[in-house]
Design a protein. Structure first.
Length: 117
């Protein structure tokens, strides 16, 4: 059975591990607020290297562990829900990069509490 793709939006927030808001890691706060706002889900990805507006390279090396590796927070949902969530991000993020792009959801499955057979 072929199900047509559903139009959605992907919100990406690029920040650092050490970035905080009111003493809390930004990535934790954003995920918490996304859940409170009923968004479909969110993922935090940790980069092994990167640099941003300050041009400071942050990297994970075997002999020297960086204390501020780059993070990407991705949230995919209906464009209207993402748009309504943007003011929450604006209130939290003092530095970083936020992007928004259209995506097609081909498949989104969950078990709804059922055991896999």
């Amino acid at each position: 059975m072929h199900i047509p793709p559903k139009e959605a939006a992907r919100l990406c927030i690029y920040t650092g591990e050490n970035d905080k808001f009111d003493g809390r890691p930004i990535y934790e706060l954003i995920l918490e607020k996304a859940k409170q706002n009923g968004l479909a889900g969110g993922t935090v990805l940790r980069g092994v290297a990167g640099f941003g507006a300050n041009s400071r390279v942050h990297t994970l090396k075997l002999l020297r562990l960086s204390e501020d590796l780059p993070l990407t927070i991705e949230i995919i949902d209906d464009p209207e829900k993402i748009d309504a969530f943007l003011p929450e991000i604006d209130a939290i993020l003092s530095e970083g990069l936020v992007t928004l792009e259209p995506v097609q959801v081909i498949c989104y499955r969950h078990n709804e509490g059922k055991k896999n057979k």
